[in-house]
Ligand binder design. Sequence first.
Ligand SMILES: *Cc1c(COP(=O)(O)O)cnc(C)c1O
Length: 227
Amino acid sequence: MDVAENLTHIKARIQKAEKEYSRAPNSVRLLAVSKTHPVELIREAYHAGQRLFGENYLQEVMEKQIALQDYDIEWHFIGSIQSNKTKLIAEYFDWAHSVNRFKTAKRLSEQRTSQRSPLNICIEVNINYEATKSGVQPEKLLPLLEEISALDNLRVRGLMVIPEHKDQFDEQKRIFDNVAALQQSLIEAGFDLDTLSMGMTQDFEAAIAAGSTIVRLGTAIFGVRDS
Ligand SMILES: *Cc1c(COP(=O)(O)O)cnc(C)c1O
């Protein structure tokens, strides 16, 4: 597994997609999802120029952050946020992508020390009302955003989605288009949002076509995870 080579390849695909779908150059940021992979591979990615890393499991990421404390990494928490985890997330991350309840948002804000810049957050949306998925139902977003925006130490950046799996580009894009439209309606309602966190290894080009600004890629960079 040559991480540097994978990154070069993936960045070329992102650039190509930006061009193909009339997106501004460098409007899509690459989040390297390093969960379950060893610190060594994060170092390899870092030395190849990667700075944004995403992790899901707190216990794992705490050890990694200690090993990488001299590295200038922007850490993104992308796992599900339980109430008893908010303190560590507020303390050790720059971003949290999967906020989906007021209660956890409030805790994150209270636990973020006010000397630091606000914690950047995305609200996870359950765009297709999947029973097995977490995330906020579309019509509940506006009231939730109104509540969360009043919190001091958070900055709401936009929406995040983990859609149901689709094989076809057009099917993938249709879902991402719906998320982008939802984000647009929130912007029109007065919210200052600049981030759409959507697109993984299987569907990131469709996400870019629909307006994604952060793609979260694991497998494409680090290979298949053992599970
Ligand atoms: C694991 C994970 C990813 C990366 O998925 P790949 O298919 O390996 O690219 C992206 N987003 C979230 C929320 C994840 O949990």
